[in-house]
Design a protein around this ligand. Structure first.
Ligand SMILES: C[S@@+](CC[C@H](N)C(=O)[O-])C[C@H]1O[C@@H](n2cnc3c(N)ncnc32)[C@H](O)[C@@H]1O
Length: 276
């Protein structure tokens, strides 16, 4: 598996910061898509468990959430953060789905963009959702992270990240391709909603720090595959350089657009007929 953003404690903290920027939209999406109390839900590519926590609150004590990730270390971090009776975590690499019984919903945020074949994964995942159950995913259009006016170092970080994703064979526009991906996977055309956080003040600085952390996480892969020369970014000072640049030029910062897509698996069956 080629995953550009390899796990580290640093990466877990970055995922938490990133999750905070998109949490409100995710909450709205999960509820609008039809996740309700008592449901049994699969959260794929759960990472450090940020979406898992939101799901656990929505489904409540009569429901359950299984968080699945390929990375044993990030799962360990998730287990340490999320100590809830209705949550379990399992290690599996998509498109393998570690369930032998149906769930009421499958959810994934920023996971399809990291898969070499998102359609096969979506198709496999939709087979574990009961008829009438919910399929909802969120993904980014990564080129849309930008400042206006364009700051040179910020722009270079975004370009390097996007070139790394391309070098790993990933698409940069998975968010806006979600509608097509659902159709190709045999699902009904999903409803869609998009958000592009535009942080202000301290949050703008936090967004730029997060960009620097993302770049540092991707740097080993970027150097290995020749996207950047070793030493092109100064790892020790990158975050400070980004902050200096931001503070010296008044600008607007737009985070990557996040597209949410949701639909239901065709057919009807009483809800909660099976449990996880
Ligand atoms: C960007 S993180 C998103 C984490 C979480 N969904 C969130 O929104 O905070 C992507 C996660 O997908 C996991 N991942 C990547 N490829 C995977 C695969 N083939 N199967 C399962 N998990 C995978 C990574 O280990 C990582 O934890």
């Amino acid at each position: 598996m080629t995953y550009v953003l390899r796990h580290s404690d640093h990466e877990t903290r970055r995922l938490e910061t990133q999750a905070a920027f998109y949490a409100e939209h995710t909450e709205w999406l999960l509820k609008t898509a039809g996740i309700t109390a008592g449901m049994h839900v699969l959260d794929v590519g759960c990472g450090a468990g940020d979406v898992t926590i939101q799901l656990a609150r929505i489904v409540g004590p009569t429901g359950s959430v299984v968080g699945v990730d390929a990375d044993a270390n990030v799962l360990e971090a998730a287990r340490q953060r999320v100590d809830l009776a209705n949550v379990t975590f399992r290690q599996a690499t998509l498109p393998d789905v570690p369930l032998d019984h149906p769930v009421d919903a499958v959810v994934g945020r920023m996971i399809l963009m990291h898969l070499p074949d998102p359609v096969t994964a979506l198709r496999a995942l939709s087979t574990v959702v009961r008829p009438g159950g919910v399929v909802t995913f969120q993904d980014m259009n990564t080129t849309r992270f930008r400042s206006v006016p364009a700051l040179p170092l910020l722009t270079k970080c975004v370009t390097t990240l996007n070139d790394s994703l391309l070098a790993a064979g990933r698409a940069l526009d998975t968010g806006e391709r979600l509608h097509s991906l659902f159709l190709e996977a045999g699902l009904p055309g999903p409803e869609l909603a998009v958000v592009a956080p535009t942080p202000h003040g301290e949050e703008k600085e936090a967004a730029v720090v997060m960009l620097g952390q993302t770049l540092l996480t991707a740097l080993p892969f970027a150097e290995e595959c020749g996207v950047v020369a070793p030493g092109e970014f100064d790892q020790d000072t990158l975050t400070d350089q980004l902050l200096d640049e931001l503070r010296s030029t008044p600008c607007a910062v737009y985070l990557a657009e996040m597209v949410g897509a949701w639909t239901r698996v065709p057919g009807t069956e009483p809800a909660f007929a099976r449990s996880t």
